[in-house]
Design a protein around this ligand. Structure first.
Ligand code: SF4
Length: 439
């Protein structure tokens, strides 16, 4: 069977999905998730907008029929066309549809238009890292071009949501690893498509949007699979399952029996994580299951509390809402929602909303702030607040005298169902039980 870029994309997310897409019973597929549809539509729109803005001539093959497109692409490259949009390339068992093929010294370099950031992580002072699911697709295109003897070298690019061209250099130090990762992914994909390997389902964050969700969750639940434990993923399950094949087995075990010094019998799982997983397993098997405290928690009453959250549009990489619920004297009847909204998806509007939120915080500097994620912690942790407030004061974004930073409590809730409460530098975790798939 042919290995395409989308097969490799899926493989990076979940090998089981590649197997089910190829050999699963279509009757077991869920409807495509509406959010996934939205992402596709937004991605297609962004690609059209990006291509429409190109201020250089290009060969447009995007509307060519599937059967003609490969031939037309080869003809365009033989002519030496500078920029080819929507071409199709194929060699041996590999096939790809790079958004762009660009003529450079010695051949062609592939590129994709992506409606997300071209890299992950990074910031003002350091570069981000290549995204694995972009890298495997780009590497596949390069591999095909190499087999066709039309490659300009092991490099590619992404035109991303910020209108940046992000280079993917597979010959750099980091790039060597990326190329090795591609080779590993290609070998795994071939083995799955040849049915030499039969991957198992493993519950993870990507399952919620997957069209095999219902089918896999039923299978995992019936198997009492360890990946239903928050933060216990495929790798951990695979290393633990010979000794502890089910949640029940983990719940009943004595984790100390698997611990020797600072290691456990399970590669990649340290003693603390093993104990945590065992406690979570026991919690999931309790009847009825209940959340529990891992350390005492006592929250001070404050005359004014602010419950803070932000909303981000991941496709445009814009934080468009800073929302606060005010509550006085612990009285729910006093609750009032205050929002700072970026009316346009632009960095200027985002900046204005952020500055207004900081003004608001500066004006409520005695409030206790409760916040819910890492983003908010950037703004609400006392040190960061002080720094940001000072920056905004020095830049004239906010007025008033320097204020003492507000107290803050992070109610950090994730799909792990762990809620951590931070008081100063001290963290306390509450385990909240809800089987993940039923969210
Ligand atoms: S539901 Fe999860 S485990 Fe199943 S195929 Fe999809 S991503 Fe993989």
């Amino acid at each position: 069977m042919t290995v395409t870029a989308s097969v490799l994309y899926d493989l990076v997310q979940c090998p089981q999905r590649v197997a089910l897409d190829a050999f699963g019973d279509p009757a077991n597929r869920d409807e495509i998730n509406p959010f996934v549809r939205l992402l596709w539509e937004r991605g297609a729109l962004f690609e059209r907008e990006t291509i429409a803005k190109l201020n250089q001539p290009f060969t447009d093959l995007s509307k060519a029929g599937k059967n003609d497109r490969e031939r037309l692409t080869l003809e365009a490259m033989a002519r030496g066309d500078t920029l080819i949009y929507g071409g199709r390339i194929r060699a041996d068992d590999l096939e790809g549809v790079p958004d762009i093929l660009r003529k450079e010294m010695g051949g062609y370099v592939p590129g994709d238009v992506e409606s997300g950031r071209g890299e992950e992580g990074g910031g003002d002072e350091n570069d981000g890292k290549p995204k694995a699911h972009y890298a495997v697709q780009l590497a596949l295109y390069i591999d095909i071009l190499e087999r066709l003897k039309l490659s300009a070298g092991r490099r590619a690019f992404v035109w991303d949501i910020n209108c940046d061209e992000v280079a993917y250099d597979f010959t750099a130090l980091e790039g060597d690893r990326l190329w090795d990762d591609y080779q590993t992914a290609l070998t795994e994909a071939r083995a799955i498509l040849a049915q030499h390997t039969v991957p198992l389902a493993a519950y993870s964050s990507v399952c919620k949007l997957c069209h095999w969700h219902t089918c896999c969750v039923a299978q995992l639940t019936a198997a009492d699979d360890l990946t239903l434990i928050p933060h216990l993923g495929r790798k951990e399950r695979d290393t633990m399952q010979d000794s502890l094949p089910t949640i029940a087995a983990l719940a009943e075990c004595n984790p100390d029996g698997f611990i020797q010094g600072r290691k456990t019998a399970f590669r990649g799982v340290g003693p603390d994580r093993l104990r945590l997983f065992q406690t979570r397993a026991a919690m999931l098997k309790a009847s009825p299951p209940r959340p529990y405290l891992r350390a005492p928690v006592s929250l001070d009453l404050a005359p004014l509390e602010l419950f803070f959250d932000v909303e981000v549009d991941p496709l445009r990489d814009v934080c468009y809402l800073h929302g606060f619920v005010e509550r006085y004297q612990g009285n729910n009847a006093t609750e009032r929602f205050v929002a700072f909204f970026a009316e346009e998806p632009t960095s200027a509007a985002e900046r204005d909303a952020f500055a207004a939120a900081l003004d608001y915080l500066a004006a409520h500097d005695q409030a206790m702030i409760y916040y819910y994620s890492r983003w908010q912690s950037i703004l609400a942790s006392p040190g960061a607040t002080r720094i940001l407030l000072a920056q905004r004061q020095s830049s004239g974004l906010i007025g008033g005298a320097a204020s003492a930073p507000p107290k803050s409590v992070s109610v950090f809730s994730t799909t792990t169902r762990t809620i951590a409460v931070r008081r100063g530098s001290c963290w306390t975790a509450l385990e909240v039980l809800q089987p993940r798939p039923s969210d």
